[in-house]
Write a protein that binds this ligand. Structure first.
Ligand code: RIB
Length: 301
């Protein structure tokens, strides 16, 4: 099994359960607020670790209770956290998540120490990247750091997987060159391409726009409608597993993590998508981010 490194964010999630999303100007009674370990980067590292992969995380937390809790949670599933800096006086990243009765969510993140991840921190841990075959990133740490890591990873011949979330419309075209896999959802793909994506043909067109920018393979996740893989000259659709979703938080993170794990075990892209779908279909039936991730034994049941 090849080594995976996740370079990304760690957040403490403040999860509010509410009957529906508040609309502008509305005061709404929520049912509960729960603290759950999260952050797109940490969720991916945690999921790879829990599923049995060999994974190291690079990122930053504060020397506060949230930072300690996040590191401990990663260690519990054998994630190597030697690349996570603990920043004196910094506040660990936070995410404020509303989950409604349909299991849908809306998230506001406060970067905190995720915004303090620097190129110097990457240089300090360059050996971790050199020793890894797969480099996973998202966009919750400073863009210039993601771009820096991508350039190093491409130069060193690593498999690069980017979850382009939160999506930004103004990323330079050059950024996408050399990235092997991106995994946007429909909304993120629309932001990245600036295209209205209503139909299946629109989605294929949107994904092809990203291929033209230099991405190797585009996997568009479509929630209950499954996902789509678009590559040079071909596209394929994968229907979803029908489950009752209670909380979709980290559905994408668990998908990407399982996908990367499968690649690290020498599986094909389609086999990796299949594992991603199995894992995320379990994660959405459970509450929270890292609390929702299954073990491989649960996936194989
Ligand atoms: O993808 C889900 C994650 O997004 C949450 O855990 C939250 O921390 C935000 O980063």
């Amino acid at each position: 099994m090849k080594k995976i490194v996740v370079v990304g964010s760690l957040n403490m999630d403040y999860v509010i359960e509410a009957p529906h999303m508040p609309v502008c100007g509305e005061t709404l009674s929520g049912r509960s607020v729960t603290l759950v370990p999260g952050g797109k980067g940490a969720n991916q590292a945690y999921a790879v670790g829990k599923l049995g992969g060999d994974v190291t995380m690079i990122g930053a937390v504060g020397r506060d209770s949230s930072g300690r809790a996040l590191l401990n949670n990663l260690k519990c599933v054998d994630v190597n956290v030697s690349g996570v800096a603990q920043i004196d006086g910094g506040t660990t990243g936070q995410a404020f998540i509303t989950v409604d009765d349909n299991g849908d969510n809306a998230i506001i993140i406060i970067a905190g120490t995720n915004g303090m991840v620097t190129k110097e921190l990457i240089d300090e841990h360059i050996q971790i990247i050199r020793e890894s075959a797969i480099v996973m990133m998202q966009l919750e740490i400073p863009y210039e750091v993601v771009e820096y890591v991508k350039k190093i990873a491409v130069k060193e011949g690593k498999t690069v997987i980017v979850d382009p979330a939160p999506a930004a419309a103004d990323l330079p075209d050059d950024f996408w060159k050399g990235i092997d896999y991106i995994k946007p959802n429909k909304t993120e793909l629309a932001i990245l391409t600036g295209l209205p994506l209503e139909t299946k043909e629109d989605l294929i067109q949107g994904a092809r726009t990203m291929l033209k920018k230099g991405v190797g393979h585009v996997i568009v996740t479509l929630g209950g409608d499954g996902c789509m893989l678009v590559e040079e000259g071909t596209e394929a659709f994968f229907p979803s597993h029908k489950v009752k979703a209670v909380d979709t938080t980290a559905a994408g993170d668990s998908f990407t993590a399982a996908f990367a794990l499968a690649l690290s075990q020498g599986k094909s892209c389609k086999e990796a998508i299949s594992l991603g779908q199995k894992v995320s279909s379990i994660a959405v039936t459970r509450k929270g981010a890292q609390t929702s991730i299954p073990t491989m034994a649960e996936v194989e049941m």
